[in-house]
Design a protein around this ligand. Sequence first.
Ligand code: E4P
Length: 217
Amino acid sequence: MKFFVDTGNIGEIRELQEAGLIDGVTTNPSLVLKADRPIKELLEEICEVTDGPVSGEVASLELDDMMREGKILSDIAPNIVIKLPLTLPGLKACKRFTEQGLKTNVTLCFSANQAILAAKASATYISPFVGRLDDTNINGMDLIADIRRIYDNYSFETQILAASIRTGNHVREAALVGADVVTVPAATLKALVKHPLTDKGLKSFVADWKSTGQTIK
Ligand code: E4P
């Protein structure tokens, strides 16, 4: 399973990239707002930090405008993935970009039927939003499992990018049900390293080592 970081914060991306923990980056309009930077400049800098897939989202809802914006975004760097909303114009744009040899990420997916349409439109990635479904008392991870089963039934090549990931449990479950990618906020990703027994064990090893009076040289 691949790890993308879901952020527009360059410092976070740089740290995780240097640690070798991420395979790519996803952004969305809310994350661009949070970064408070021009989208082209931001995506350009992210693509300088990583050569993994970097999703940049179009802002318009009309097909022609999406095509124009997607082209502008994809010209930023070869690793840009054009992120498109799961609407009819978004799916049409997805098909056209795929035919042009460009990578796409169809976002805001909340049902298996939507995911089937994204696969029919030859999306590179489908982004089902796990956390936002959980917020409505629908189990978001069940959707990931359903899409996995459907895509495998028909050998659809679209990759399942589990999005709106909020917890370590989401990451574990996404891996168990066979998501191809999870996109995770930096804080959630870094928290995966923590375990109280690791901390406890380390504390006693440090104390015992000190008692040996030794140094490794
Ligand atoms: C995915 O591509 C989205 O950017 C993101 O995962 C949304 O997460 P949220 O529901 O926490 O905003």
